[in-house]
Design a binder for this molecule. Structure first.
Ligand code: KG4
Ligand code: ZN
Length: 326
């Protein structure tokens, strides 16, 4: 079974081809430079760029995979959540190809792509507590099996990655902020600044108080503080993520904890959640680093599992910017 998948939910254009469990090609075109000058993502610019990049990437993956479009068995695309004008590009291309070649179409939830990515090349989907931490989302989900998801907790304000990005901006660091903060935190003392860990007794998450605490602290700081502040901020996020994820795993009585999404690129996040799981007796699987940030390989993988389980979408199915996972 050969699947071609597109991911255009936000500002990354991505295309991948998966044959069975073998990834034949996966390409991502980042639009960071195009949006940097505006200080944030401009939907109109994102969709125009998807239109430019998607055909180029399609041709590149096709050549890399050495296949003809007529040999693809199913076309998949992210159908939400995300920016409507961006989602529309990838979904329209996949639907057009599925219709033209008379093949199957699969509409994939972006969050399911992240949620399943720890299993890419790494065994069957087992019941687990899944922590998805990205720039747009922070949520813990109880996974009973493929397509059987129950939301446990979600952020009530900023996503964890968004907090990394906003604090990095306050510090005058580049975008995306997560990798910049991680780099500087390496040489810093995480105990120097006492930053808030919000809503510890809730299943939901909140990171805007932490961001505001950094904003109020900044004007009072002098001298060499960036490494310590980055380390303290990163630790505050990690403490919250670890505590809530372990609590969810204990409450749901699962054996496995999984981690995915852009923030899971962070080595301290992976290490500390992995250590906490080991000490509490949970198995731990994290998405491989190259699969953490937005990509189409995870969409192709989710589509392949869904196809195998008998799922299929209609080409009349609309994109949904607010598509829920559960
Ligand atoms: O999954 P993703 O590519 O996009 C969304 O679906 O939102 O995640 C992007 C987010 C950004 O906020 C970025 O700052 C964060 O992931 N991120 C990191 C790291 N690498 C990327 N956050 C912390 N540490 C990192 N190393
Ligand atoms: Zn994402």
């Amino acid at each position: 079974m050969t699947i071609l998948a597109l991911e255009t939910s936000c500002d990354e254009t991505a295309v991948a081809i998966l044959r069975g469990r073998e990834l034949l090609a996966s390409e991502v075109a980042s639009q960071i430079a195009a949006h940097e000058q505006y200080g944030g993502i401009v939907p109109e610019v994102a969709s125009r760029n998807h239109l430019i990049y998607a055909p180029e990437l399609m041709e590149r993956v096709r050549r890399k995979a050495k296949i003809d479009m007529s040999n693809v068995d199913a076309f998949a695309a992210t159908s939400g959540p995300g920016l409507a004008s961006s989602l529309m590009i990838g979904a329209s291309i996949a639907k057009g190809l599925a219709t033209g070649f008379n093949k199957r179409y699969l509409a994939i939830n972006h969050l399911e792509g992240h949620l399943l990515s720890p299993f890419f090349g790494n065994g069957d989907v087992k019941p687990n507590i899944s922590l998805i931490v990205s720039g747009g989302h922070t949520m813990s989900v109880r996974v009973r099996g493929l397509a059987d998801y129950q939301l446990i907790g979600r952020t009530v304000d900023d996503a964890a990655g968004e907090a990394f990005d906003k604090v990095a901006k306050m510090l005058g660091l580049g975008y995306p902020g997560g990798p910049e903060i991680e780099k500087r935190a390496r040489g810093g003392g995480s105990a120097r600044f006492d930053l808030p860990r919000s809503m510890l007794d809730s299943e939901n998450f909140s990171f805007s108080g932490l961001k505001t605490a950094v904003r109020y602290l900044l004007p009072r700081l002098r001298g060499d503080f960036v490494a310590d502040l980055c380390a303290s901020f990163q630790q505050a996020i990690i403490d919250v993520l670890v505590r809530k994820t372990i609590a969810a795993a204990q409450q749901c009585d699962v054996d496995l904890v999984t981690l995915s999404g852009g923030v899971s690129c962070n080595r301290e996040v992976r290490r500390q959640l992995g250590d906490a799981c080991a000490s509490k007796g949970f198995e731990f699987k994290s998405a491989e680093a190259w699969l953490c940030t937005d990509n189409a390989a995870m969409i192709a993988f989710a589509a392949s599992l869904r196809l195998q389980a008998g799922f299929e979408s209609k080409v009349t199915e609309e994109i949904d910017p607010n598509l829920a996972l559960a």
